[in-house]
Design a protein. Sequence first.
Length: 120
Amino acid sequence: MSNVARSALAAAAASVAILLLAPAAYAIDGEAALALAKKNSCFKCHTIEDGKEKDGPAYKKVAEKYKDKPEAEKRIIEHITTGETTKFADGHEEEHKIIKTSPPKDMEQIKNLVQWILSQ
């Protein structure tokens, strides 16, 4: 087998491996994310898409804001797990509700929710 053929075969094998691994690494469980958001009353302040105005931004706007930003997941996780102060359009401030999971502080559930928000 020539070097060119070997290189092409290696590249093809690498591509297949990436495609096989990618879904597992980035699979989002939308139903679980939606259930967690409902359980934590996220839709009291947020919508998925623009429409009825609420205190918090629509998740679609959040996804647009963080599109292609490498710190997006980390930043949103921090926002929903620390109770940091959030400023509202009318000028008032409140601590953001901390997301509760079962079992407590389950990062897989939190990351799934964040990835779902970012996928909107």
